[in-house]
Design a protein around this ligand. Structure first.
Ligand code: TYD
Length: 202
């Protein structure tokens, strides 16, 4: 893969993806290009307000899907597209694959509806590289047990997490050119090494 610019991080809660963000930023900066590090839901002033609602208010799964894409539209327009246009790397902690995994895979919103919104909001824009931090559900639940007070999604049960994991792995299977699945049940050092190896092939 050459000139990969838009990189996304995915995985279920407790997979530990966010821990690796500083390493990834450093590896990308070492290539002498600007790096914009951002997240979803969020990444803009409006998006962070929507994040508060999304993570803490109960709502219909389709309302949730629409708000995710509303935040995403703003994120693309004001952060992601301008950064890519000036040749920066964009690193986003979650993007549309999370909507397929959580709202569609786990909560049952039809994939066709998500696809419709994806086409509307993103047009041709897709990540060049997606790192999927994959862990067995028990590992994720164990890791979350020690974490700070859980948000709405983190309070769900094992069956919910199982559906998320399966949906993510299916996304990886369907999009093999951009996905790299990382076994994140290993030690931090081992996972870090895998991440660095993948980035070195960019
Ligand atoms: P997360 O990325 O895990 O952040 P933190 O590490 O601060 O908890 O939290 C975001 C939550 O939002 C996560 O549980 C997944 C959920 N989410 C969706 O359900 N759909 C989406 O489209 C996105 C982007 C996130």
């Amino acid at each position: 893969m050459t000139m990969a610019k838009f990189i996304t991080l995915e995985g279920m809660d407790g997979a530990g993806k966010s821990t690796h963000i500083p390493t990834i930023i450093a590896a990308l900066q070492a290539r002498g290009r600007e790096v914009v590090s951002t997240r979803e839901p969020g990444g803009t002033v409006l998006g962070e307000k929507l994040r508060e609602l999304l993570l803490h208010e109960d709502m219909h799964a389709e309302t949730e899907t629409l708000l995710m894409f509303a935040a995403r539209r703003e994120h693309i327009a004001t952060v992601i597209a301008p950064a890519l246009a000036r040749g920066a790397y964009v690193l986003s902690d979650r993007f549309t694959d999370a909507t397929y995994a959580y709202q569609s895979g786990a909560k049952g919103v039809s994939a066709a509806k998500v696809e419709l919104l994806e086409q509307w909001v993103q047009a041709e824009l897709q990540p060049d590289l997606t790192l999927l931090f994959d862990v067995p559900v028990e590992v994720s639940i164990q890791r979350l047990a020690g974490a700070r007070s859980p948000d709405k999604f983190e309070r769900e049960d094992a069956a919910f997490f199982t559906r998320i994991r399966q949906a993510y792995l299916l996304r990886a299977q369907q999009n093999p050119a951009r996905f790299r699945v990382i076994d994140a049940s290993r030690t931090l050092e081992e996972v870090k090494k895998s991440v660095e190896e993948i980035l070195s092939t960019l």
